[in-house]
Each structure stands twice: as C-alpha cells, then as structure tokens.
Design a protein. Structure first.
Length: 519
C-alpha cells in the first residue's frame, strides 16, 4: 500500500494543507524541515485514521488534534476526525485496515530489557500498546524481545531444528543488518530461567555484554531493526512511519541505517520518515534517490490558509536549501572565514577526520585564538604540491574564505624558509622542524607529567632530545611516551600533550608567531 494524497483541515496547526505525491508515489517519502514545522502532525493524522479500524489503549483529547477547538468567540467546537483528515491511497481509494499504517514516534525509549517468563503474545496486527500520538512514548522493544523468546520456545517444541539452527533463524537477519550499520551482533537471547532475561551482544573483543550497556545510539538502531524484522512479515501491505529515526546517531550511521530500513520494507509498502538529518538526506540524495520523494516543510509556512506541498525537484538548488536547514548552526563550520592548509595524513581509527594529526593539533591549540579558522590536512607531507589544486577548489567552494598554506620547516635552512615566506603573503612555515618539536618541548612534557603525577627524569629527557628545534623526534617518540608513563597509542599521547600547549606557555607563543595574523 502507498499513500498518494493527504488533506488536513483544521487539524493540529494546519488550516488547510494538501500533500500531493502525484500519480506514482515513491516508496520513500521524506518530510524535511526544522522542529515545529508540522512533520509529526502528518503522522498523527495517520494514527487517527488507524483508530477507525484498530483500537488503542487511550487517545489524546480532541483539543490536541483540532485547530478550531476554540473559535474566536471562545465557543467549543466538536472535533470531526472524518472531516479533518482525508487520506487517499495510490488507487484513489480510502479504505484502510489494521495493517495499513505502522507508526514509530520520536520518543523510542527502552533503556533496559527485563523479562522473567515466556508468555503468549497478543495479535501482532492489533498492536494495542502502540503510542497513541507523536508525543507518546514508543516502547515496543520489550514486546519484540518477548516475541523472539516465544518463537525460540515454539521451535524447541517442534523439535525439528537444532539450537544453532534456531538461533540463526531468529537472529541471523538481525545480526547481518546490525553488522553493516554498527558492527555489533546479538550473541544470545538470554535465559529467563537464570534471571538473564534480556538481549546480550558482542562487539570486537567484548563478548556477551547486556543490552543496557549499549550506547543510546546503538539502542536506537537495535530497536528499529528488531522491530522491522519482527513485523514486516505481517505488516506486508503497509505505510511505515518513523519520526526522527536519526536520534542519537552520528551522520555515517544515519546514512547506513536508512539504506537498511528501506531494504527491510517490502517494495509494495511505503516508508515515511520525518527528519532533518544530514546522514539521511545524503542517503536520499545518493543511494535512494530513485526511490524517494522529499517534502520540504522549511520552504514556507504551511500552517496558515490553503496550502499545497508537493515533492521537490531534485535539483542542486533545492538540495542546498534543505541541507542548509539540516545544518542550521553548523553552516559556519562548513564555510569558515579562514582555511589553513597544513601537512599531515589522516590517522588510523580517527573517527571524525579527513584531518591529519597536525590539523587536529592546530585546531585544538588555537580554537580560541583563531576561532574563525579551520586547519585542514594536505593528506601527505608535500603540502605545497597537494595544496595547489585543493586550494583552487576550496576557493571556488568558499569564495569569501581566506586561504593560507602552513608548512613544516623540516630540514630547510633559514634562507630557504625566508624565501618561501616571501613568495606569498599567505605562506606560513614553522620555525621548528615539525609539530612534534612543539609537542615534545620540555615545558609541555613537564606540565603533562606533573598533571599525571609522574616524575619526569630530566636527564633521560635531555639524552633523548638534544635539539628541540631541528632534531627529527619521530624515532624517539615511543621512548618519550614511556618516559612520561603514557599508555596507549602514540597519536593519543600527542593529542594529550596538545592540551598542555596553552596561552600561558612559551611554546604557544612561538607556534602562534609562526602562524601570525590570519586576517
């Protein structure tokens, strides 16, 4: 089943809104816009339509749904659900049944799983404990877990398959998807007879840790994936609605999650998502572009008077507008006033970064001094060569940004350094060999050791570092790390040292003098 048109009259904050998806509605309908633009209200309309054919544990008061509950004279009006909401399927009919809509609110909250018995479950299509509106808590995970337990017991009773085969049947599909999104797996269903009635997981070297130890983002993904895997075989002619599925998730996971959700839902069904997520928008723009229609609720005020909203044309201009809505206050980060192109390669295991170590250090040390600037990595040691093309591209993308090139001195003489600086007013070069020659300065190392209650052996330090300005320090960095009592990677050690290059240190002053004014 797919919806093609929705009409809302005096419903929630809408006077008269028509959503028209055309004669061939897509599989994915994305409602995009800032908070408070009315996205969730559309899902409330779907839930109200569902209540005509399916009971609910309760319902919101009529004043929650009706815009004209009180008219200008203060008279109370009757809320007429049929007049307020009209929903048309792709075949132009308006007949719905228990499986027509399946709605997840943004308030999906299951911090813990706890069950001590295997019991009969209600009709899956009845879905009696679903949230009654977009502001209600959605805690279906507990019941989904109990359904998995019930299915495992049913398989035991049949006695046809081994325990390993049953586990693969119940968890194989879920684990395959979780592995692609989060790289975690459900290791077992727990054991209610031993007071271990919850899901257990594994990730990397961590084995059999309970659901409650997952992060909020991991719980979010587990909840959505398990819910869909358990439900799609029964809700097979359905409009699935998920309000803000990106909560607690970083951008890369958001993108992967939407791709997996779309793959789970049968092609004869439809997925409506309310979002302002960068990751989801990227998936809609790339992997799912041929399966999606985007409704831009940020384009104007759709609350007042008669309004029509149709899918945007997938042009560059339209995508720019909705990405700007998603970015909001991050727009300044995407278009900094000043860009400083420096040396360094991305670090293995570095989650945020196209940045190398040098860029991370500079951004950390000078986050206040140069709050208008962004240091980015050249992707290699030859910053000048790599920067020549990149700076041209950046200058086109960020026409108002000022561009600078910051190079390590390496083994250059004073004359060579002066010559490079004279070539362009935007050229910068360190006075010391490279950034490590500032990080490993005795002033910085001593403050680090003092803060970590380690007594620095100055004699050993001076044996390791005889010339802080010109010496190649990379060969001795692990020995210095050991001298300072740091356990972990060398990269982590350097980033820890960077925290101690503060405005009151001479090292900071010397680094700043090399960078100078970026105005």
């Amino acid at each position: 089943m797919r919806v093609k048109k929705v009409q809302l009259v005096k419903f929630k904050r809408f006077d008269n809104l028509t959503i028209d998806l055309g004669v061939a509605p897509a599989k994915i309908i994305a409602l995009v816009g800032p908070n408070g633009c009315g996205k969730s209200s559309v899902f409330d309309a779907f839930e109200e339509e569902l209540k005509k054919v399916k009971s609910a544990s309760s319902n919101e008061a009529a004043s929650f749904f009706s815009k004209s509950w009180f008219d200008v004279e203060g008279k109370v009006e009757t809320y007429d659900r049929g007049a307020a909401i009209k929903i048309y399927k792709a075949d132009d009919t308006q007949e719905f049944d228990k499986k027509s809509f399946y709605i997840r609110t943004a308030y999906r909250y299951s911090s813990k799983l706890r069950t001590d018995s295997i019991k009969a479950q209600p009709d899956i299509l009845a879905d009696e404990h679903r949230p009654i509106s977009s502001i209600a808590v959605d805690s279906r995970l507990q019941q989904n877990y109990e359904r998995l337990l019930g299915r495992s017991y049913q398989e035991f009773q049949r006695g046809v398959r081994t325990g390993t085969e049953v586990k693969e049947e119940l968890l194989g599909r879920i684990n395959t998807i979780l592995g692609r999104v989060l790289e975690i797996q459900i290791s077992n269903l727990g054991d209610v007879t031993e007071n271990r009635g919850q899901l257990f997981f594994e990730k990397g070297s961590s084995k059999d840790f309970p659901y409650e130890n997952l992060s909020s983002g991991e719980k979010e993904v587990v909840d959505i994936i398990i819910d869909l895997v358990v439900k799609v075989s029964d809700f097979d002619d359905t409009v699935f609605c998920i309000d803000e599925p990106e909560l607690h998730l970083n951008t890369s996971i958001q993108r992967k999650l939407l791709v997996e959700i779309e793959a789970l839902i049968p092609d004869n069904c439809q997925l409506w998502v309310a979002t302002h997520s960068i990751g989801f928008l990227r998936a809609l723009q790339t992997e799912l572009k041929d399966k999606a229609q985007v409704l831009d609720f940020s384009e104007k005020d759709y609350f007042m008077g008669e309004q029509f909203i149709v899918p945007i044309r997938p042009t560059r201009h339209n995508w720019q507008r909705i990405f700007q809505t998603a970015l909001e206050d991050l727009t300044g980060l995407m278009a900094p006033k000043t860009i400083v192109y420096c040396e360094g390669e991305p670090q293995p295991g570095d989650d945020g970064a196209e940045q190398g170590l040098d860029a991370i250090v500079y951004n950390q040390v000078f986050e206040e001094e140069y709050d208008h600037a962004l240091f980015i990595s050249s992707g290699g040691r030859d910053a000048e060569k790599n920067a020549s093309i990149a700076l041209k591209i950046i200058s086109k993308a960020f026409g108002d940004a000022k561009l600078f090139l910051l190079k390590d001195r390496d083994t250059r003489s004073g004359e060579d350094r002066a010559r490079f600086l004279a070539e362009s007013a935007n050229n910068r070069m360190l006075e010391r060999r490279e950034v490590e020659n500032y990080l490993f300065d005795q002033e910085v190392v001593q403050v680090y050791c003092l803060d970590h209650q380690v007594e620095l052996d100055v004699h050993q330090y001076q044996e390791l570092i005889s010339d802080i300005v010109s010496q190649d320090l990379k060969p001795i960095q692990q020995r210095l790390q050991h001298l300072c009592g740091h356990r972990g990677s060398v990269v982590d050690f350097k980033l820890e040292l960077a925290k101690y290059i503060t405005k009151d240190t001479s090292v900071y002053i010397q680094m700043k003098s090399c960078i100078g004014s970026l105005e």
